[in-house]
Design a protein around this ligand. Structure first.
Ligand code: PMP
Length: 797
């Protein structure tokens, strides 16, 4: 990383004229001695309430305003005092994204014109504007057809993407983003922030991100600087400022992030600053925050606190810094710091503490959990002087998340990133037995995710563990596979009706990708049909997030709609004589959608189309294999695929995947090259063989059906009791519950949150998994956790 922007001792004042006809004037101290730096490839967020000077700082950086004094160096060049022409030339390299895309985009210009305008202004790329516009649209993930439309034809989030594309048009190194998401819906904010993060990494940009809400920037960015009345009061790595804020103002800001829900606003607790709010024209002497601070002493009146590191690893401008995790420690637990000083108030309606300050009543679990659930995106938790909202220990999980943030990109990635889930769901797990799991803080749950599918017999299943241990005693990873590979292939061919042969790998993505490769090799054709919205893995040809892939990776995919044979026929016609395969899931189990069982006529229609064209019918049984039926998920409806992809449940948690195929595609399979360093490990194969035996022996599918039905009936009865309209979709072994009209999964998040706090682990928008280890008693116990969850939803509606 190299230093892109250095701001030192920046000062900006404005002189205001007094009232009409008055000759007096006031000096507004907008920015007073502010210093910070932004490196290439990093984001510094400048946070504070309105009027704190953050936007003035940004405008001084861009030389939209001239500072009174101080230095602004961009990539080594001093900007203050730079002649206009030199500044104009340099300006190409630092651009601004505005808060309100509606206002910042000329409504009479098309997107194409809007994106080409900066190129014209800076005299860049004449004659190549169209190509550059297309590139920019790709960058911000808008369709190229957007070029011919006008700003009003887009949603707020899309308009902000256009704003970002316009700022990127001239290839800047630094973006100054002035509250770029505060005009957007909360759900869209996250998307735009993700887009910005991606662009920053991909293009190695520096970001100065202005925000008024610390919860928006939270842990997302690299460093935070918190401003109060023209000065930076706390700055450092985002995780430190967020999790060990030491300045009372930062703590108040963290406790006060807005939540757009009246119920939460009623029930959440805050630090409400009750002292005198000063003006920028007459900032207090000494510490500018002292008039609102519960810790203020004489010293704070006399001495300006320096912005220094008091040994915490980040800098704080306070004479009495005290690191506090607003989200972990009940205020007051760390002594005087928050609850004890008497200038901390909370919402009315509660009891009073010994200083006469109203203390909030502890809200019922449902309401408290609602606040927690709604705050999950931002990690915000309500403050209480009496008890933490989530009463369970969480410190170990928080500490691991914080360490992970330093050494794992994004702290976690993929579908198991708990940062996107309700806050009560832990990121890190410790152990499990049967259908019970425990997180790293020792909290126990009845598990309905089963590791997102692999655990089909229950965690640490005796026979599977024994088989794995016995194989491990002999050998696992060798120069060649063990005899177990042949035994496992024989067993799969015996059990799965359509299979004449088996190949092995490690992941579902390996298996689906291999199926497609075999189909293309066998047919020597290119086109592959996939259902709109279906998930088949994380390889470039199928990943749902195309960032980092190129259009060529999926150039030969043609889409159809699940259960809509006409759309498949149209796709087959489009593929013509180049059709290699149709890929299909056993039922529609796309995350964030109600599930849909397959219509047997649809399945039979696909079979017929493949027979007619010579293409391969590929069943992606990665998620469902061995949960719905013992011989493959379409065995009960009598439709045999040519190739099937398996993974999740085939070795009860051991890493194993399989491709099964019929003899028509054997030569295709023989003709491709696929392998992996660990694809032949014997332990997972031994576990796989033992899993298949145990599934049969224990009549596992029937057990899961029984447990799943009991859960479905129990949940339906509870929802009925609270008069809540729910949808329970998919097979009972792989169920999903959604709430009517809950398009953004807000109610589902509340429900999941309260269930987790009460000891049952579900997911708000990904289907769940039952295992053969779930007994009637386990289901009944889980239902005692979902009762309060429905109560919380009933309160929240
Ligand atoms: N296909 C389906 C239907 C899946 O559910 C998944 C995993 N969720 C995959 C493919 C990819 O499997 P893996 O994550 O093991 O690569």
């Amino acid at each position: 990383m190299s230093r892109l922007l250095e701001v030192e001792h920046l000062v900006k004042t404005f002189t205001t004229r007094g009232r009409l006809l008055s000759r007096s004037s006031d000096i507004v101290h907008a920015v007073s001695d502010v210093s910070f730096a932004v490196d290439r490839g990093e984001t510094l967020s400048l946070v504070g309430e309105s009027g704190c000077g953050k936007s003035t700082t940004a405008r001084c950086v861009l030389r939209i305003l001239d500072p009174d004094s101080g230095s602004v160096r961009f990539d080594g060049t001093e900007l203050t005092g730079l002649p206009a022409e030199a500044l104009r030339r340099l300006r190409r390299r630092f651009q601004m994204v505005f808060q309100d895309p509606q206002a910042s985009l000329n409504p009479r210009m098309t997107v194409s014109e809007l994106l080409a305008e900066p190129l014209e202004v800076h005299g860049i790329g004449r004659g190549t504007e169209r190509r550059r516009v297309a590139e920019l649209l790709d960058l911000v993930q808008l369709p190229r057809q957007a070029a011919d439309r006008y700003p009003h034809q887009f949603s707020g989030g899309q308009r902000q993407r256009i704003g970002v594309a316009r700022a990127l048009a001239v290839g800047p190194d630094l973006l100054v983003l002035d509250e770029p998401v505060s005009a957007l819906d909360v759900s869209i904010q996250a998307e735009v922030i993700r887009l910005l993060e991606r662009l920053r990494t991909e293009l190695d940009l520096g970001f100065l991100f202005i925000a008024h809400d610390l919860s928006v920037v939270g842990l997302t960015f690299d460093r935070d600087a918190v401003m109060y009345l023209g000065r930076i009061v706390e700055t450092g790595a985002a995780a430190e400022v967020y999790e060990s804020s030491a300045h009372p103002y930062t703590q108040a800001l963290l406790s006060a992030a807005p939540i757009p829900d009246p119920l939460i606003e009623r029930t959440r607790r805050r630090i409400v600053l009750v002292g005198e709010t000063p003006t920028q024209t007459q900032p207090p002497s000494g510490c500018r925050f002292r008039t609102r601070c519960w810790k203020a002493t004489e010293r704070c009146t006399e001495e300006v606190p320096a912005l220094v590191d008091p040994g915490l690893g980040h800098a704080v401008a306070c004479h009495y810094p005290e690191p506090t995790n607003i989200f972990a420690t009940p205020p007051g637990a760390s002594g005087q710091s928050l609850a004890g000083a008497g200038s901390l108030a909370s919402e009315p309606g509660g009891s009073h503490d010994c200083h006469g300050v109203p203390r909030p009543r502890r809200p019922p679990l449902a309401a408290r959990s609602l606040a927690l659930a709604r705050s999950h995106q931002t990690q915000e938790a309500p403050m209480t002087a009496e008890a933490p909202t989530d009463p369970r220990p969480r410190a170990a999980d928080r500490a691991l998340r914080s360490r992970a943030a330093a050494v794992i990109p994004g702290g976690m990635y993929g579908h198991q990133d708990a940062g996107r889930l309700p806050a009560a769901l832990p990121q890190f797990m410790a152990d499990g037995e049967g259908c019970r799991i425990r997180d790293v803080d020792g909290n126990e749950y009845v598990d309905f995710m089963c590791s997102y599918g692999p655990i089909v017999l229950g965690h640490r299943h005796g026979a599977v563990e024994e088989a794995a241990a016995s194989q491990r005693d002999q050998a696992d990873c060798q120069n060649g596979p063990g005899a177990i590979m042949v035994a496992l292939a024989e067993r799969l061919v015996e059990v799965v009706d359509h299979a004449d042969w088996a190949m092995f790998a490690k992941n579902g993505t390996d298996a689906t990708t291999t199926c497609v490769t075999v189909a293309r090799a066998a047919t020597q054709r290119r086109k592959v049909l996939v259902a709109e919205g279906a998930y088949h893995g994380a390889a470039p040809w199928c990943t749902p997030i195309t960032n980092g892939t190129v259009p060529e990776d999926r150039a030969h995919l043609v889409h159809y709609w699940f259960n809509d044979l006409k759309s498949v026929e149209a796709a087959v016609a489009e593929a013509g004589d180049d059709l290699a395969a149709i890929v299909v899931s056993p039922f529609k189990h796309d995350a964030r959608h109600d599930q849909e069982l397959v219509e047997p006529e649809f399945a039979a229609g696909l079979r017929q189309l493949c027979d007619d064209t010579g293409a391969a019918l590929i069943l992606d049984d990665v998620r469902c294999g061995f949960r719905l039926a013992h011989g493959g998920s379409w065995e009960p409806i009598g439709v045999a695929p040519d190739l099937s992809a398996w993974s999740k449940a085939i070795a009860n948690g051991y890493p194993l995947a399989a491709v099964l195929g019929n003899d028509r595609f054997r030569a295709g399979a023989e003709g491709i090259f696929v392998t992996g360093s660990f694809w032949f490990s014997a332990v997972a194969m031994a576990a796989g063989l033992a899993t298949i035996d145990a599934l049969e022996r224990e009549d596992a599918v029937a057990k899961m059906q029984r447990a799943g039905q009991r859960l479905r009936d129990g949940l339906a009865a509870q929802a009925d009791r609270y008069d809540i309209a729910i949808n329970q979709t998919g097979p009972v072994q792989i169920p999903l519950l959604t709430f009517d009209g809950d398009h953004h999964f807000a109610l589902a998040s509340i429900w999941t949150e309260v269930a987790a706090i009460n000891g049952a682990y579900f997911h708000p928008w990904h289907n769940w998994f039952l295992s053969a280890a779930h007994t009637d008693a386990d289901i009944d116990e889980a239902l005692t956790a979902t009762g309060p969850a429905f109560e919380a939803v009933a309160t929240a509606r």
